[in-house]
Ligand binder design. Structure first.
Ligand SMILES: NC(=O)c1ccc[n+]([C@@H]2O[C@H](COP(=O)([O-])OP(=O)(O)OC[C@H]3O[C@@H](n4cnc5c(N)ncnc54)[C@H](OP(=O)(O)O)[C@@H]3O)[C@@H](O)[C@H]2O)c1
Length: 299
């Protein structure tokens, strides 16, 4: 199979590109940066800036499936410019991608276009399967628009899968990379009440699920989170245990708000997300339990 991957240099993208190449697939790896090189002969780099226009036709020609991951990082302090980039890199970028697909013949069979558990907003103890309505606020709105743009590819005869991704557990980046130094100093602790639910997924499983979505007849939203969601307190305990450090000190919500500003909503929000579509379709999670997943990230 030839697979195009946008956001190919990111936390998920780089692991996905590696796994696809290891499995013998050809990969068209999209990046905004012309200097990026991939070591493997199965991987060809193509330059595309999702905010600037459609990707080059040759990058999509002959491709069987696309995994669209590109987007401005969400976990940074927000201001109006950052929020515009978070939205536009996803919503406008996906629009340009689908526009390019509309003029292509033949077209890839499938578009797997990232979304996020941020779709659900802050939902307390409610169990959230894929048919739960969206939440309110900036991130739910971005996810709704992002998913809507990707879904337009269905009218082109493509199968569209929308993985709503939870917090990815990986040692080399993402949320954990930011938390680890604090925990190593013994300063980690539950955030706020610690009762908020955190949807998490091991890097192996998000990569596994993206490839599964390329190869199997899934469509529409697919919660990309492990089947055992954890409270923030349980998550904190598991991380501290894996790092052999204590995690006593609770972090009060005002401190999170002071550090992260409006973005603190992400860490304080509660989302009890269940991966119903993935389980119903037969996907088997390699890392279904939090403590073991954390131990595999920090052996
Ligand atoms: N990691 C998570 O925990 C998580 C959770 C939920 C959802 N997601 C979603 O899954 C997708 C992939 O996540 P990730 O963690 O792999 O992301 P990441 O590490 O931040 O990588 C995203 C990639 O997108 C490109 N990019 C960055 N800023 C951009 C901008 N302003 N415009 C266009 N492209 C830009 C970059 O590639 P180049 O610099 O090479 O162009 C970057 O490597 C993202 O859309 C993210 O929102 C991730």
């Amino acid at each position: 199979m030839i697979v195009a991957v946008t956001g190919s240099t990111g936390l998920i993208g780089s692991a996905l590109v590696r796994r696809l190449a290891e499995q013998g697939h050809q990969v068209h790896a999209f990046t905004r940066r012309p200097e990026v090189r991939f070591a493997r002969p199965e991987v060809r780099a193509f330059v595309w800036d999702p905010m600037q226009g459609q990707p080059p036709e040759e990058a999509l020609a002959g491709v069987h499936g696309i995994v669209h991951l590109a987007g401005e990082p969400v976990a940074q302090r927000w201001n109006p410019e950052v929020k515009a980039r978070i939205r536009d890199s996803r919503v406008v970028g996906t629009r340009y991608l689908v526009q390019a697909l509309s003029t292509l013949s033949p077209r890839p069979a499938v578009l797997v276009s990232a979304s996020a558990v941020g779709y659900y907003g802050d939902r307390g103890d409610e169990t959230l399967t894929e048919d739960a309505p969206p939440g309110r606020g900036f991130l739910p709105k971005v996810c709704i628009e992002w998913e809507r743009e990707a879904t337009l590819a269905e009218a082109l005869g493509m199968r569209v899968v929308l993985p709503r991704i939870g917090v990815v557990l990986a040692s080399g980046g993402g949320a954990l990379e930011r938390m680890v130094p604090i925990f190593k100093f013994g300063l980690g602790g539950p955030i706020g009440s610690g009762k908020q639910w955190m949807p998490w997924i091991h890097l192996d499983d998000i990569v596994g699920l993206l490839i599964y979505a390329l190869e199997n007849p899934l469509s529409g939203p697919v919660n990309a989170a492990a089947p055992a969601p954890a409270t923030n307190a349980a998550f904190t305990r598991a991380l501290a245990m894996a790092l052999h450090r204590p995690a006593f000190l609770p972090v009060p919500p005002f401190a999170v708000k002071a550090v992260f500003g409006e973005m603190s909503r992400i860490v304080l929000a509660s989302q009890k997300v269940i991966p119903k579509a993935a389980l119903d379709s037969g996907y088997t999670f390699r890392h279904p339990a939090l403590d073991a997943a954390m131990a595999s990230v920090f052996p």
